[in-house]
Ligand binder design. Structure first.
Ligand code: ADP
Ligand code: MG
Length: 514
């Protein structure tokens, strides 16, 4: 039996059909003729639907729409010569639309004895759906279609996996979120790339969370329903003209969108471009932010970054690091503040970092900062001292702020405030705890008073004080503090009280209620 089976012959046409089936092709559109007829028949025998059309151009348009609708390439089957020429219109259209498509054309016989495994298909399928989707052409010689080969000599390469999902760079995601938050007239443009990416659910959430007016392009329509209250489709020209920030979700700044240029847009409109194709970014305009990645994944990233208020240590240090002068002194103390800060805040010069040191001493920070400020004043005027303190650490020598102000040392104090040592509680939990009991009986020992306004220690002596809760407020206050070389400042940065820990169950509370 085995010997018998190993002799079994199969035609090239069947091999092609099976290769298509293995790639999950469901539909073939085309016009048959020599040598591709056998391929269509073989495909039908395997359960692939074949739709015979009247012109290859229409067949190719149909196949490309399958690609857009399903995310797997539709196939257009044509004969050589004029068949392929007619299909070119559809291929060009698919490419312009960024829609996956596989065109299979028959060509004259080649004098080849065997062709072995049919390798081109998985490659063609992959290049049609990976990266920016588009058209692919596979040329099949007539002699291959009718060739008989031993079944066992054929190995089908398995179904090409769905494209890997790529995400945008985290810093760009943060920047985009802050540009959107600071916009006066934001506008989201939803293109067919968003539709192709199946990003409807996440984009709708984004529209609602940020309260973003949106405008669909013709084929972007329906990603968020046209009757949604934030749809500005009816006022398209005005929306484009007056927007100060425009987020492009899978839409190109081509003629359909007036190239993104005045007079249809504000000359200084900020574009945030989201696209899977790197070459598309920065086409026609200089975007404020580019997010290279899959629209659905990037939208989810944006949603997650919105949720990340209150800030955590990493968000704070990321924004601080962005603005730190390379030659500044970094003084730091605290538990998490110092430990996490050390991994993010960079030093470029020797002897420019002072912290709790070998002895792990808390309360050294302000003294160290004052010393560094004196040295800087005498040896390199203009050099800045940034003192990064935990809220608990700040408490140990907080009154030295008076010294700083008395000598007018332009030190910048950052208090990373989580209402406690290691971690604290938010004010609601705090109130809840004190409902039934005296503070000394119930307040966990590491907790400090929530929402303490440490910045007022600075304003009490004439320095600048800032109370910040968002990345934007942090960026702005730090920028102002760095610009002012005449005065010390203190930025009290509120972060998530449980920032490095998972939520605790409050066993002391339940116990007191027992
Ligand atoms: P419209 O005609 O709706 O304005 P375009 O065809 O101009 O849309 O733009 C579609 C864009 O979507 C293309 O630049 C393409 O690279 C991009 N795109 C396609 N699929 C994805 C995806 N999954 N993620 C991100 N961008 C995508
Ligand atoms: Mg703390």
């Amino acid at each position: 039996n085995f010997a018998e089976r190993s002799e079994e012959q199969v035609s090239g046409a069947k091999v092609i059909a099976q290769a298509l089936k293995t790639q999950d092709v469901e539909y073939i559109f085309g016009i048959v003729g020599i040598p591709v007829t056998e391929i269509a028949i073989a495909a039908q025998q395997l359960g692939i639907k074949y739709i015979g059309m009247r012109n290859e151009q229409a067949a190719c348009y149909a196949a490309s729409a399958i690609g857009y609708l399903t995310g797997r390439p539709g196939v257009c089957l044509v004969v050589s010569g004029p068949g392929l020429i007619h299909a070119l219109g559809g291929m060009a259209n698919a490419n312009m639309n960024c829609w996956p498509l596989l065109v299979i054309g028959g060509s004259p016989e080649r004098n080849q004895e065997t062709m072995g495994a049919f390798q081109e298909f998985p490659q063609a399928v992959r290049s049609s759906i990976y990266g920016r989707p588009g058209a692919c052409y596979v040329d099949i010689p007539a002699d291959f279609v009718n060739l008989q080969v031993n079944v066992n000599s054929i190995k089908y390469v398995e179904r090409c996996m769905s494209p890997p999902i790529s995400m945008a760079e985290t810093s760009a995601v943060c920047t985009a979120a802050s540009v959107i938050r600071n916009a006066k007239q934001p506008l989201l443009i939803i293109g067919k790339g968003a539709a192709y990416a199946h990003a409807e659910e996440s984009i709708q959430k984004l529209v609602e969370q940020y309260k973003l007016p949106f405008l669909p392009t013709p084929m972007g329509k329906g990603v968020v329903p046209d009757n949604h209250p934030y749809c500005v489709g009816a006022a398209r020209s005005r929306a484009l003209q007056f927007a100060d920030v425009i987020v492009l979700f899978g839409a190109r700044l081509n003629w359909i969108l007036h190239f993104g240029l005045p007079p249809r847009y504000q000359p200084d409109v900020k574009f945030i471009q989201v696209d899977i194709c790197a070459e598309e970014l920065g086409n026609n305009v200089k975007p404020a932010v580019t997010l290279l990645g899959d629209i659905n994944a990037v939208t989810k990233q944006e949603l997650a970054s919105k949720k990340s208020l209150p800030m955590n240590y990493y968000t704070v240090f990321y924004h601080v690091q962005e603005q730190l002068p390379r030659d500044c002194f970094v003084v730091s103390e605290g538990a998490n503040t110092m430990d996490i800060g050390r991994t993010v805040l960079q030093n470029y010069l020797p002897r420019h970092r002072l912290d709790a040191g070998t002895f792990g001493t808390m309360g050294v920070g302000l003294g160290f900062a004052i010393a560094a400020a004196m040295v800087a004043k005498d040896r390199s005027p203009g050099q800045r001292i940034i003192c990064v303190e935990g809220d608990s650490a700040f408490g140990f020598s907080g009154m030295e702020v008076e010294t700083i102000c008395r000598y007018n040392l332009p030190i910048i104090l950052l208090v990373v405030n989580n209402n406690g040592i290691y971690q604290g509680f938010d004010s609601d939990t705090w109130k809840e705890m004190l409902k039934f009991q005296d503070a000394a009986s119930v307040v966990p020992p590491m907790c400090l008073l929530p929402n303490s306004h440490y910045e007022q220690v600075m304003t009490a002596f004439g320095g600048k004080g800032y109370f910040v809760q968002t990345p934007e407020e942090l960026q702005k206050s730090l920028r102002q503090s760095l610009a002012d070389t005449t005065k010390p400042s203190l930025i009290n940065i509120m972060i998530e009280p449980q920032a490095t820990r998972k939520t605790q169950d409050f066993h002391w509370l339940t116990r007191s209620n027992m």
